[in-house]
Ligand binder design. Structure first.
Ligand SMILES: CC(C)(COP(=O)(O)OP(=O)(O)OC[C@H]1O[C@@H](n2cnc3c(N)ncnc32)[C@H](O)[C@@H]1OP(=O)(O)O)[C@@H](O)C(=O)NCCC(=O)NCCS
Length: 410
């Protein structure tokens, strides 16, 4: 199986093949919309018998890490192999070539949101954030503490040229506030607002902006809503939050309040962090119903030393030697010494010392953003402690507040 980068004029064709892999209606309009969100120049293809049978692409994101710095992160997307060629190693070859490309570009990590959760760990991706799908009857959404962010909210007119830039600015500020936030390239925001994909509930989203006291956007809400009436002629509308982000919990609370104040709705659904403060803020916390908790952002460390050096830590001063097992891409694995100072800065470099902990690159990817704890991964049988006490030390060093959260799906 030979993988090659796609020429720019092949990218739309690759996305058409991708609709076959995903069993989606094959439409040029859909391929064009997806292309606007993904951008150009990062597609890889496998061609057999003169046609594209597999493809993958990457969106150049910046990812916020614990402490607030950002690193370049390849956002793996549009991974598809046509049904006639599946389970013959095409997907594996695409994954390998794409990670080599990520390494060549100097991006320390790749990230993705998965269609199915059993696929990507074998390629070294680990679950780094958990998302809860929650529903609430908005009549039960009263808060114990009213939002205190100040500023204003306004419904934005999607057809106005400046809305894309305003939403992008709000989102870029919001995703810096918490690890796990993905900064999209500014060029894709028009595509994001134009999309009609099922995860924003179908139909074009309404856009609400939160503006700070200076009038600058510091939060945004994308939602769709459908109105219907039940047998008794009572309103039975459903509102789906596509994305909601703000620079602080106060701004987010103001936007949740907006979503729960739309008339004629009996249900508001949204994705929230698994350890959400929102439940504590509600007068009737049980009314926030969790439908499921699912893996959301998967992280694949490609340059372990650079990724570890980019983030901040707790528990310092300390020094831990990690043996990182990477069967899929051995060039990314090895032994690394992580030195953490009292001020939270960390420095990692290859080391020949005996390891304190042994873990797969997927588990280090999970723990790297500070939300998934190494003690839990050890309890799951996935981390081996070689130096007594090292697990508790690693837990104190790696875990982070606030826990990581990612609003984007891609
Ligand atoms: C996911 C997909 C790209 C995999 O492509 P593929 O060419 O069949 O994958 P490979 O043959 O290289 O499989 C590699 C390994 O992953 C396993 N695997 C791949 N996809 C799997 C799946 N959906 N479920 C279970 N196992 C899977 C294979 O069994 C194989 O296992 P091995 O490590 O024991 O050899 C393909 O199934 C597909 O297009 N699915 C529909 C679209 C989709 O869900 N894409 C993912 C988007 S996030």
């Amino acid at each position: 199986v030979t993988v090659r980068p796609a020429a720019p004029d092949e990218e739309l064709g690759a996305l058409t093949a991708d609709s076959v892999a995903f069993s989606l209606p094959d439409s040029t309009a859909r391929a064009e919309r997806d292309h606007a969100i993904i951008g150009s120049g990062r597609f890889h293809l496998v061609e057999l018998d003169g046609r594209v049978v597999g493809n993958t692409a990457a969106i150049p994101f910046e990812l916020t890490v614990p402490g607030g710095a950002t690193v370049a992160a390849a956002g793996v997307t549009a991974v598809g192999v046509v049904p006639t060629h599946r389970r013959r190693g095409v997907g594996r070859a695409l994954m390998a070539a794409q990670l080599d490309d990520v390494a060549e570009r100097g991006e320390p990590v790749a990230v993705l949101t998965a269609s199915e959760s059993q696929i990507y760990r074998r390629f070294g991706y680990g679950v780094a954030t958990l998302a809860a799908h929650v529903a609430i009857d908005p009549r039960w959404a009263a808060m114990l503490v009213a939002p205190r962010a100040g500023g204003t909210v306004r419904l934005a007119d999607r057809s106005r040229d400046d809305v894309v830039a305003l939403v992008a600015e709000a989102a870029h500020r919001a995703v810096r506030a918490r690890p796990g936030g993905l900064i999209r390239p500014r060029s894709v925001w028009a595509g994001v607002l134009a999309e009609e994909r099922s995860f924003v509930g179908g139909g074009n989203p309404h856009v609400v902006l939160h503006l700070d006291d200076e009038g600058s956007p510091d939060g945004y809400l994308l939602y769709t809503a459908t109105t219907s009436w039940d047998d008794g002629a009572n309103p039975d509308g459903r509102l789906t939050v596509g994305e909601l982000g703000g620079v602080s919990p106060e701004v987010e609370a103001a936007l949740v309040d907006v979503a729960c104040s739309v008339d004629l709705m009996v249900e508001v659904t949204m994705w929230r962090p698994a350890d959400d403060w929102l439940r504590h803020r509600l007068v009737a916390p049980r009314q926030l119903r969790t439908r499921m908790v699912t893996d959301h952002l998967w992280v694949r460390l490609v340059d372990v030393a650079a990724a570890l050096t980019a983030r901040r830590y707790g528990g310092g001063p300390d020094r831990l030697v990690l043996e990182v097992v990477d069967r899929f891409r051995p060039a990314s694995g090895g032994r690394f010494a992580l030195e953490v100072d009292t001020d939270g800065t960390g420095r990692a470099e290859p080391s020949g010392d005996e390891p304190d902990l042994v873990l797969d690159v997927a588990e280090l990817g999970s723990a790297w953003l500070g939300g998934v704890r190494v003690v839990d991964l050890a309890a799951a049988g996935l981390v081996a402690e070689r130096t007594p006490g090292a697990l508790a030390r690693a837990d104190a060093v790696l875990r982070w507040t606030p826990t990581p959260w990612c609003t984007a799906r891609f």
